[in-house]
Every structure is written in C-alpha cells, then in structure tokens.
Ligand binder design. Structure first.
Ligand code: KIV
Length: 284
C-alpha cells in the first residue's frame, strides 16, 4: 500500500487481511500529529490518556467531550494521511445510546475524527452497536480499561486466571458482533492476547499485550521519554526527550542569568550608522 494514501477503516482492514502490522500512536497536538503522519503511522489516537500526559491528572476520568473535541481538531490538522480516532471520555457514552451517539457525533461532525474509541466489553456492546448503526466507526477497547480505575484501584494486568480469560473472550466476541472495526487489547498476558487475535475476525491492537496482536499502540510521550518518573513494563523508550529538553531549558536559564543570551548573533542590527549615532539625541 502507498504509505502516503489516506488511511481509513477500509485500508486498516486490508492491512489486517494481508497480515501487515497496524501502527497506532497517540497525539493531542498538531506538531506531534504531523510527526506521526510523516513517519507513516496508520492511526493517530487522540487518547483520553491526555488526562495524564497533558493535564497532569493521575487518571483519565476528568477528561471532557469539549477537551477531546478541541484536541481532535488540532490533531486532525496535522494528520494528512493517518486515520484519526478520538477516545470517548468517561461518562460521555455510558449513560445512554442517545448521549453516546450525540457525543461521538461531535468528534466526526465538528472535530475531524474518522472514528471513535469506546472502552468496554459485553456491558457496552449494545451501546457500541447503536453508535456503529448511525454510521460512526467504533474501535473497541477491552482488557485493562483505564476508565475503570476506581474499580481496579490502579492499572492491573487483566486475564491471569481462567475466569478472567473467559470474560475477555466473552467481551471480545460481544464487541466484535457489535460491529467494531478494530479492538484495543490493553495489559493482557501475551499468550491470551495472541489466542484472542487468532480467534477474532477483526484486527486487534495491543498495548502491553505482547506481539501476537494485529498491531501495536503506545502513548507517544512514553516512547519518546517525556516522563522520567514512571515507565510501565510494556513501554520501550525510543528516545529520552525529557533529558534533552531539561538540558536545553537549564542552559537557557543560565545564559539569561549570566547575560550570555541574547548575543550579537541572535539580535537585530540597526544597520544605519548615522541613526545609531543619533539614538542618544532621539531618546534624550
Ligand atoms: O488513552 C489512550 O492513550 C489509550 C491507549 C493507551 C490505547 O486508550
């Protein structure tokens, strides 16, 4: 497939059918979106993880529909080729099918998304079906669902005993039957995610779910090393941008305090000798 063609649910489906891994990364701003786009990322997820990476919260629960619409709009401008998927925030779709359709619709009608992502398995299947039926493509999300953080008391690995694996299978089948075009599987043992992927008829996109999925997603700030404090086991750091940024900012602070910035190279010259001589007179 031409890397520069526009990615859609149809091209993602084709990638899945020919066994080409699907690459998804998160963005919440224009510049990051355009970097991901230039690198041939298939899907840019405007993840509600921005509650943590952008807003500095400890979980995703406070994120609103308005915030997601705003970030989706700026990301869409940077995504010339990639498909843009908006994460639907907590309580924007759980309350009723009517709320779900209205709020998901905002992302497509006003914000430029091509699809939305909804967390939840069997319990959300009817809701997902209602949204899909209106013409809005939905990506599902099972396994560890960050919007259930208060039930979990943290961000656990899901599917480590027989009951949990059976529940995952039930959830996966339910959202597949509800019409999702792809399914995120988060924080699930690799063998379980591989078995699910082999039995489903839709692409799976793993995060902390091993190599047996049809594609992979990471939070871009994690893989670029924006954070130094915390690194989940499944995150591989491909850059250490926090260190680079801190060194740059620290040097700027020192240069300003020492009077080393701005120097002549970074200042505008007047370029008119006679005017230069007259400055004292003008400002007297
Ligand atoms: O919000 C997010 O970034 C996500 C990914 C972790 C899949 O849902």
């Amino acid at each position: 497939m031409n890397q520069l063609s526009k990615k859609t649910t149809v091209t993602v489906r084709k990638q899945y059918e020919v066994g080409e891994p699907i690459v998804m990364l998160t963005a919440f701003d224009y510049l990051t979106a355009s970097w991901l786009d230039q690198c041939g990322v298939d899907i840019i997820l405007v993840g509600d993880s921005l509650g943590m990476t952008f807003k500095g919260e400890s979980n995703t629960l406070s994120v609103t529909v308005e915030e997601m619409a705003y970030h989706t709009r700026v990301v869409s401008r940077g995504a010339q080729h990639a498909m843009v998927v908006s994460d639907m925030p907590f309580l924007s779709y759980q309350t009723s099918s009517e709320d779900a359709i209205r709020n998901c619709g905002v992302m497509l009608k006003q914000a430029g998304a091509h699809a939305v992502k909804l967390e939840g398995g069997l319990a959300m299947a009817a809701r997902i079906h209602a949204v899909v039926e209106t013409g809005i493509p939905v990506m599902g999300h099972i396994g560890m669902q960050p919007q259930q953080v208060m039930h979990y008391g943290g961000f656990p690995v899901i599917g480590k005993d027989r009951v949990a694996v059976e529940k995952l299978w039930e959830d996966a089948k339910a959202v597949q039957d509800a019409g999702v075009f792809a399914l995120v599987i988060e924080s699930v043992p690799a063998a379980v995610a591989k078995a699910l992927t082999a039995r489903l008829r839709i692409p799976t996109i793993g995060i902390g779910a091993g190599s047996g999925c049809s594609g992979q997603v990471l939070v871009t700030q994690d893989l670029l090393g924006f954070f130094t404090e915390f690194k989940p086991k499944f995150v591989k750091r491909y850059a250490e941008l926090a260190g680079t940024a801190l060194r740059g900012i620290d040097s700027f602070v020192k240069d300003v305090r020492n009077g080393d910035f701005p120097d002549e190279e970074h200042s505008y010259a007047l370029g008119d000798e006679s005017l230069l001589k007259s400055l004292d007179e003008i400002f007297s």
